[in-house]
Design a protein around this ligand. Structure first.
Ligand SMILES: NC(=O)c1ccc[n+]([C@@H]2O[C@H](COP(=O)([O-])OP(=O)(O)OC[C@H]3O[C@@H](n4cnc5c(N)ncnc54)[C@H](OP(=O)(O)O)[C@@H]3O)[C@@H](O)[C@H]2O)c1
Length: 427
């Protein structure tokens, strides 16, 4: 079958892409950034689409020639600049579904979310529900799948849970008794592939959950146990404070979740597993069984332990450069700076240019890092700058190598830290 898969580069989309091509289907994989797309599957067409811009049917109609089935796996958990729930979850999917009905596409499979129902309160769920309702009203076959939290290799939520579990003290929202019912990605993929290949789930709205509900506290304890056999040390954060912190983190773009995510978590995310079993004729695997099947690797442990340290490293390096710029331009006595430049061989006329030019360069490099702009180029420039500063001082003021505070020898770990940050920040 010819399948158009949106969100093909995401966690769920990339697992679907592999499974569908393995089953012999031809997939047109829609990704946001065609150049940056990791073309992990060669037997697929990659095309560019942007749900923030492709808001009209006319944007989709030309992409639907000869397409039998559409699977929509685009979504965001929180809004950011240019990425709005209204466009990504509602307006563009509706335009796509209407175009599908016009183009004679046989079926649409919509990956919605558990909770996008009559009780929906969050913008995330309400925006998904609006698209689900529009699809259900069209003259086309559809299956709407509403998964609970999906876990497995590449899941952002799994990475966050493991990182939280590996902290010396694991923050919990309140007592951590929020109930969720995680579903393994293999089970989700199995359901979607079945929905593509047979018609028994046509015009059905099916909730997809794992076999057991567990609390967040239990989930994190299991992840901790799986990672290193350790005991979870919970740190209860009162719900109102957790909301405030998530709101602040979301506003600063510093956390993967925001206030809405914490509210959704508090509401819980559980359902009866029977409809899944009845519709697809298999029982989803339990979290315990899946954790048992795949022991944690060193890579899993490293990823969990470095999850929060990676942004901390970037912020601390950014602050070092900004602080150096401020001290050399405003706080360190100017005459001492000029005396140093004199010793390096810079003449009096050029000294202000070198002092304030270097401070400006440090400020620009630090600010770009803080804002996470062009990190690779910035890190390479920083490495070149550190090497250049160190070389000039080694040649002109070699005694600085023997200085008790180690102003030059400290550049060695700084270079290594910059290299590590470069690797951690690479997508
Ligand atoms: N994972 C879960 O636990 C879970 C549970 C319930 C429901 N869902 C739903 O399942 C769907 C897929 O989730 P996921 O876990 O795979 O999320 P994900 O890994 O974040 O993937 C989301 C996909 O959406 C794409 N996307 C984001 N903004 C886009 C835009 N403006 N235009 C085009 N594509 C855009 C992303 O492309 P880029 O790679 O270019 O960013 C990515 O391919 C979402 O609708 C989500 O709400 C997920």
């Amino acid at each position: 079958m010819n399948i158009l898969l949106t969100g093909a580069g995401g966690f769920i989309g990339s697992h679907l892409l592999r499974a569908l091509t393995r089953e012999g289907h031809w997939v047109v994989a829609c990704v946001r950034n065609l150049q940056g797309a990791k073309r992990s599957v060669v037997v697929a067409d990659y095309i560019a689409c942007d749900f923030a811009r492709d808001l009209g049917e006319e944007a989709w109609l030309p992409r639907l020639t000869n397409i039998d089935v559409i699977i929509n796996a685009v979504g965001i958990i929180r809004e950011s600049c240019g990425q709005r729930f209204a466009a990504l979850h509602t307006d563009t999917p509706i335009a796509l579904f209407r175009a599908a009905a016009k183009a004679g596409v046989r079926k649409v499979i919509q990956i919605s979310a558990l909770g996008a129902d009559a009780g929906a309160r969050s913008q995330y769920h309400l925006s998904k529900r609006a698209a689900d309702e529009a699809l259900a009203g069209l003259d086309i076959d559809w299956t709407i799948l509403c998964p609970s939290i999906v876990y497995g290799a590449g899941a952002k939520s799994t990475a966050l849970f493991r990182a939280l579990a590996s902290l010396p003290f694991t923050p919990l929202v309140g007592d951590g008794n929020q109930r969720i019912q995680p579903l393994h990605i293999d089970d989700l993929v199995r359901a979607v592939v079945q929905a593509v290949e047979d018609n028994s789930t046509n015009r059905q709205h099916i909730e997809l959950v794992g076999p057991h509900a567990i609390t967040m506290r239990e989930l994190l304890a299991k992840q901790r146990q799986w990672l290193d056999g350790g005991e979870l040390r919970p740190l209860a954060i009162p719900y109102p404070l957790a909301l405030r912190l998530a709101q602040l983190g979301g506003f600063l773009g510093a956390t993967p979740i925001d206030r809405g995510s914490v509210e959704m978590l508090q509401r819980g995310n559980c359902a009866d597993v029977t409809p899944l079993i009845a519709a697809f004729n298999f029982r989803p695997q339990s979290l315990d069984a899946m954790l048992q099947k795949t022991p944690a690797s060193d890579a899993d442990r490293w990823h969990a332990r470095l999850y929060f340290l990676a942004p901390l490293l970037r912020y601390s390096l950014a602050l070092l450069w900004i602080f150096t710029a401020i001290t050399s331009a405003f706080l360190y006595p100017q005459e001492k700076s000029y005396a140093l430049l004199e010793e390096v061989g810079i003449d009096e006329i050029a000294q202000p240019f070198f002092l304030y030019g270097a401070a400006l360069l440090d400020l620009l490099l630090g600010t770009a890092l803080l804002l996470r702009r062009h990190v690779t180029a910035v890190a390479l420039l920083q490495i070149a700058t550190i090497l250049a500063y160190s070389l000039i001082i080694t040649i002109t003021l070699p005694e600085f190598w023997l200085h008790p505070y180690g102003p030059i020898s400290k550049n060695i770990p700084l270079l290594v830290a910059t290299l590590i940050m470069l690797q951690l920040e690479r997508k």
